[in-house]
Ligand binder design. Structure first.
Ligand SMILES: Nc1ncnc2c1ncn2[C@@H]1O[C@H](COP(=O)(O)OP(=O)(O)OP(=O)(O)O)[C@@H](O)[C@H]1O
Length: 342
């Protein structure tokens, strides 16, 4: 759907994109990075609205330097900033945008009604946009991006300014844009956690450079582990340590405490056991029983993407220190806002 090769965009004082090469397949893809990472710049280049300094980019097989007009016919765009006229209604505005996209008057009105209903705007759609809440304005922006039935939409920070409930609703809507209508989505955010729940694939950029591109499942599944918590007994005053030693002796890969224990009432009592296969459940149960400990919990846990990046960063940071090249971009993770999107 989207292919870039060594794409760079340099402003006089800033390199907004730095030799970025990505290949994005159909589906819902998250483009994540801190403010200033280059997300909006990439979208503008992909729409043919801003020229790249070097490199190439294709959207739906079309060259952004030559086919910008055709790309914009087939791709919807929800800009980040507030750009809605306050004194017209959502219906008037979206009909206008549909007409601008080339739909005849009747089709434009029908598609507008359908799309506004889909994004959850009903009778309010006849009121002037100036009186809308932020959530309603975001929905109007989403509707205008969808009204001409594009193959692909670019959504730039669609959850900006929304409270947690509004954000969840918007993320649900975005997912349905793909599942209900088959439209592919490229959605940007500075919050990793919210993309984890919404996207099939995540691309992370930092300082205009590609940090990582992989499927959401790859980030999380590969790191499945069991969180195990046990009681102490007279025979084992530190039951957690006794279990850790016994499991390690049985060949299990075990870690205690550290990242990932947030949310547990007694983080010091939680062991993470790498879940290599089904048999690990029996190994943990038998080891706990053999030690005479009480099993408080044994639950499967998928790491959140943010943790994966934190781990990767720790590794890269250690390497960079070791090689004396602790440099600007080497191991910097996307400095994004945590794993829960809240
Ligand atoms: N027209 C411009 N002239 C000069 N510098 C620019 C211009 N547009 C963007 N930049 C710079 O390029 C960098 C990337 O900006 P961009 O807007 O693409 O980031 P972003 O990841 O979308 O962040 P945000 O969510 O804050 O918009 C920033 O440092 C920004 O200041």
């Amino acid at each position: 759907m989207i292919v870039t090769e060594s794409l760079s965009k340099r402003y006089p004082r800033v390199t907004a994109l730095d030799r970025l090469s990505v290949d994005i397949a159909p589906g819902v893809t998250g483009l994540v990075g801190a403010n200033g990472a280059g997300k909006s710049t990439l979208i503008k280049i992909l729409l043919g609205l801003a020229p790249a300094t070097e490199g190439t980019a294709h959207v739906l097989g079309l060259d952004v330097t030559k086919d910008g007009g055709t790309i914009r016919e087939r791709v919807g765009y929800m800009p980040e900033h507030d750009c809605l006229p306050p004194d017209v209604s959502a219906t008037e505005f979206v009909v206008h945008m549909a007409r601008m996209s080339g739909l005849p008057p009747t089709a434009a009105r029908e598609r507008t009604a359908d799309t506004l209903r889909h994004v959850g705007l009903y009778e309010e759609r006849y009121r002037p946009i100036g009186g809308y809440s932020t959530g309603m304005k975001q929905r109007v922006k989403l509707a205008q991006a969808l009204v001409h039935d594009p193959q692909l939409v670019f959504l730039d920070e669609p959850t900006n300014g929304l409270d947690p409930v509004g954000r969840d609703e918007m993320l649900g809507l975005i997912r349905r844009v793909h599942t209900d209508f088959g439209i592919s989505v490229l959605v940007t955010s500075h919050l990793l956690g919210e993309l984890e729940r919404t996207c099939d694939h995540v691309v992370v950029i930092d300082g205009g450079k590609l940090l990582r591109s992989s499927s959401t499942d790859e980030f999380t599944k590969a790191t499945a582990s069991l969180a195990v918590e046990v009681t102490d007994t007279d025979a084992h005053p530190d039951g957690t340590e006794a279990l850790r030693a016994a499991l390690a002796a049985a060949g299990a890969v075990v870690s205690a405490g550290g990242p990932g224990t947030e949310g547990f009432a007694s983080p010091g009592h939680v062991l993470f056991v790498e879940a290599a296969g089904e048999q690990i459940y029996d190994v943990v149960r038998d080891t706990v029983a053999g030690l005479g400990l009480g099993l408080v919990r044994m639950e499967q846990r998928r790491h959140q993407i943010a943790e994966v990046f934190r781990d990767a960063d720790a590794r890269t940071g250690a390497q960079a220190e070791g090689s004396g090249t602790a440099g600007q971009d080497a191991g910097r993770p996307a400095p994004v806002g945590g794993g829960n999107g809240a």
